[in-house]
Design a protein around this ligand. Structure first.
Ligand code: UDP
Ligand code: MG
Length: 343
């Protein structure tokens, strides 16, 4: 039955034909913010005020603020609940304990529903105004927009270690993580959906995102000092994150064992030849039993090191399998029957 069949005959008001139906007003894009919070009671109100002020400058967009309380021990949660009570755009996810920054981000990403998702810190080190620039880049066609620190106000130690680390990471992994980026970035819905399929535990979100492909672009900004409180990344957590980043994208340490195995084996074969030569050519200077000892020790050392390398290769494969990452990511499929087509 078509639309016309069910309409009353012409006597009534003019039938509404499809052509005269005004086009449905296009839905306004929804932008989600994923905002991890850990003991930020002194600065979170200032952050929230600055963020909402920035968002007020973009009335053409809808916003959703997903605050993730990562087991704060101070009054942060109460403040977040106040924000939610006063603003329908705010959602608060209260994690059962402190799971760490990377998992807090992940929990927020799982919940965020926007057409684009922005991840940013809540200590005002990632300026809310810059997030608007990320949105502009997204509307210009980028699917991933990294916010890159042009300068930063952290301690000299933190600056130096970060500088070194990002360069080391870049040289030893296959993924091209843009230099000097933290987790401040925008993801298109498609990318966020794919990112949610990565369920590895020790995660280095910025590395995963960089390795995904898609159209990526970079916006530079000057990183401010923390607005209030102390860094929530003491050296211990930093070191763990650094190790996670390195090991989740690189099996270089395992490959080094294999290489070392070859070198040790070659050296030990040379040692065996030397020991045998000494026994037969200079028996008078060779202590009794020395040759046998040398042959056995060198042979065992060489083969053991090489075996470790072989095992390491398999461990590397098992590791990659257990990460269970998607095998490939699709941007779009063109042509053919669409979803919902009858046959
Ligand atoms: N954070 C978190 N869980 C943690 C540590 C930090 O959710 O276990 C949040 C923190 O509230 C902040 C962001 O992650 O919004 C970055 O932390 P921080 O500013 O301390 O790191 P830094 O900027 O010093 O590297
Ligand atoms: Mg910070």
């Amino acid at each position: 039955m078509t639309q016309q069949d069910i309409r009353p005959p012409a006597a009534g008001p003019a039938p509404v034909t499809l052509a005269s139906v005004p086009p449905e007003p296009a839905r306004r894009p929804l932008i989600s913010y994923v905002l991890p919070v850990y003991d930020e009671q002194d600065g979170i109100a200032a952050f929230h005020a600055e963020l909402t002020a920035a968002l007020a400058g973009r009335p053409e967009l809808d916003f959703e603020l997903v605050y993730v309380n990562d087991g704060s021990r101070d009054g942060s949660l109460a403040l977040l609940k106040d924000f939610a009570a006063g603003d329908r755009r705010v959602r608060v996810v209260d994690l059962a304990r402190n799971f760490g920054h990377q998992l807090a981000i992940t929990a927020g990403l799982d919940l965020a529903a926007g057409d684009a998702v922005i991840i940013m810190d809540t200590d005002l080190q990632d300026p809310p105004q810059v997030s608007l620039e990320l949105i502009d880049a997204w509307r210009g066609g980028a699917e991933i927009v990294h916010a890159r620190r042009r300068s930063r106000q952290d301690t000299a130690f933190k600056r130096a270690t970060a500088h070194l680390y990002y360069r080391l990471l870049r040289s030893s992994t296959e993924v091209d993580i843009p230099l000097d980026t933290g987790d401040f970035r925008l993801l298109d819905r498609r990318v966020a959906d794919e990112l949610c399929r990565y369920r590895e535990r020790s995660r280095f979100v910025r590395g995963i995102v960089a390795s995904m492909g898609y159209h990526q672009s970079v916006v530079s900004f000057d990183r401010d000092e923390r607005f209030a409180g102390e860094t929530k990344y003491p050296l211990r957590k930093m070191a763990r994150l650094a190790v996670d980043g390195m090991t989740s994208f690189s099996t270089t340490p395992l490959k080094m064992i294999t290489r070392l195995g070859f070198v040790v084996l070659v050296l030990s074969l040379a040692g065996i030849v030397y020991a045998l030569a000494m026994k037969f050519l200079r028996p008078e200077v060779t202590v009794s039993g020395w040759t046998m000892l040398m042959v056995v020790v060198l042979f065992l050392g060489g083969t053991q090191m090489l075996s470790l390398g072989v095992i390491g290769t398999y461990v590397g494969r098992i590791y990659r399998e257990t990460q269970g990452r998607p095998l490939y990511l699709v941007r779009e499929v063109v042509g053919g029957p669409g979803p919902g087509a009858d046959d």
